[in-house]
Design a protein around this ligand. Structure first.
Ligand SMILES: [Zn+2]
Length: 101
Protein backbone atom coordinates (compact mmCIF):
# COMPACT_ATOMS: atom_id res chain seq x y z
CA UNK A 1 0.00 0.00 0.00
CA UNK A 2 1.30 3.43 -0.93
CA UNK A 3 1.51 5.90 1.92
CA UNK A 4 -0.88 8.83 1.62
CA UNK A 5 1.85 11.55 1.86
CA UNK A 6 3.52 10.16 -1.26
CA UNK A 7 0.23 10.19 -3.15
CA UNK A 8 -0.31 13.82 -2.13
CA UNK A 9 3.23 14.71 -3.19
CA UNK A 10 2.71 13.08 -6.57
CA UNK A 11 -0.55 15.01 -7.06
CA UNK A 12 1.13 18.30 -6.10
CA UNK A 13 4.06 17.60 -8.45
CA UNK A 14 1.65 16.87 -11.31
CA UNK A 15 -0.25 20.08 -10.60
CA UNK A 16 2.99 22.07 -10.60
CA UNK A 17 3.96 20.64 -14.00
CA UNK A 18 0.54 21.53 -15.45
CA UNK A 19 0.78 25.08 -14.05
CA UNK A 20 4.29 25.64 -15.40
CA UNK A 21 3.31 24.30 -18.83
CA UNK A 22 0.26 26.56 -18.83
CA UNK A 23 2.35 29.63 -18.03
CA UNK A 24 4.89 28.77 -20.73
CA UNK A 25 2.08 28.31 -23.27
CA UNK A 26 0.59 31.65 -22.23
CA UNK A 27 3.98 33.38 -22.65
CA UNK A 28 4.41 31.84 -26.12
CA UNK A 29 0.92 32.99 -27.01
CA UNK A 30 1.58 36.56 -25.88
CA UNK A 31 4.83 36.62 -27.86
CA UNK A 32 2.87 36.10 -31.10
CA UNK A 33 2.26 39.19 -33.23
CA UNK A 34 -0.93 41.05 -32.39
CA UNK A 35 -1.28 39.75 -28.86
CA UNK A 36 0.27 42.75 -27.17
CA UNK A 37 -0.03 46.50 -27.88
CA UNK A 38 3.76 46.63 -28.23
CA UNK A 39 3.61 44.20 -31.18
CA UNK A 40 0.45 44.95 -33.20
CA UNK A 41 -0.44 43.22 -36.45
CA UNK A 42 -0.04 45.63 -39.35
CA UNK A 43 -2.91 45.54 -41.83
CA UNK A 44 -3.76 47.65 -44.89
CA UNK A 45 -7.36 48.37 -44.02
CA UNK A 46 -10.38 47.19 -42.03
CA UNK A 47 -11.15 44.52 -44.62
CA UNK A 48 -7.75 42.95 -43.96
CA UNK A 49 -8.36 43.30 -40.24
CA UNK A 50 -11.69 41.44 -40.48
CA UNK A 51 -10.05 38.72 -42.59
CA UNK A 52 -7.31 38.26 -40.00
CA UNK A 53 -9.81 38.18 -37.12
CA UNK A 54 -11.92 35.52 -38.87
CA UNK A 55 -8.91 33.18 -38.99
CA UNK A 56 -8.40 33.28 -35.22
CA UNK A 57 -9.03 29.88 -33.61
CA UNK A 58 -8.94 28.54 -30.08
CA UNK A 59 -6.08 26.04 -30.07
CA UNK A 60 -7.56 24.11 -27.14
CA UNK A 61 -11.03 23.63 -28.66
CA UNK A 62 -10.19 23.93 -32.38
CA UNK A 63 -13.14 26.25 -32.96
CA UNK A 64 -13.25 29.81 -34.32
CA UNK A 65 -13.27 32.66 -31.84
CA UNK A 66 -16.29 34.94 -31.79
CA UNK A 67 -15.80 38.70 -31.70
CA UNK A 68 -17.05 40.12 -28.40
CA UNK A 69 -15.97 43.72 -28.76
CA UNK A 70 -13.88 46.27 -30.58
CA UNK A 71 -12.28 49.54 -29.67
CA UNK A 72 -9.20 51.66 -30.00
CA UNK A 73 -6.24 52.22 -27.73
CA UNK A 74 -3.28 54.54 -27.89
CA UNK A 75 0.05 52.84 -27.21
CA UNK A 76 3.26 54.87 -27.33
CA UNK A 77 1.66 57.48 -29.55
CA UNK A 78 0.18 54.96 -31.97
CA UNK A 79 -3.56 54.55 -32.28
CA UNK A 80 -4.32 50.84 -32.34
CA UNK A 81 -7.48 48.94 -33.09
CA UNK A 82 -8.25 46.34 -30.43
CA UNK A 83 -10.51 43.40 -31.21
CA UNK A 84 -11.76 41.32 -28.30
CA UNK A 85 -12.49 37.68 -28.98
CA UNK A 86 -14.02 34.90 -26.96
CA UNK A 87 -14.04 31.15 -27.54
CA UNK A 88 -17.68 29.99 -27.73
CA UNK A 89 -16.74 26.68 -26.10
CA UNK A 90 -14.23 27.32 -23.28
CA UNK A 91 -14.89 31.09 -23.00
CA UNK A 92 -11.16 31.82 -23.23
CA UNK A 93 -10.70 35.49 -24.05
CA UNK A 94 -8.15 37.07 -26.32
CA UNK A 95 -7.30 40.57 -27.47
CA UNK A 96 -5.79 41.27 -30.87
CA UNK A 97 -4.01 44.55 -31.55
CA UNK A 98 -3.88 46.07 -35.03
CA UNK A 99 -2.11 48.94 -36.66
CA UNK A 100 -4.40 49.89 -39.56
CA UNK A 101 -3.11 51.66 -42.66
ZN1 LIG B 1 -11.70 27.25 -26.47
Amino acid sequence: MIALPFVLLAVLAALAVVTIRGRAARRRELAQPGRAPSAPLEVEDFHALEARVSRERCEACQVDFKQSGEGSRVHEGRRLRVVRLVCPRCEDERELFFQVG
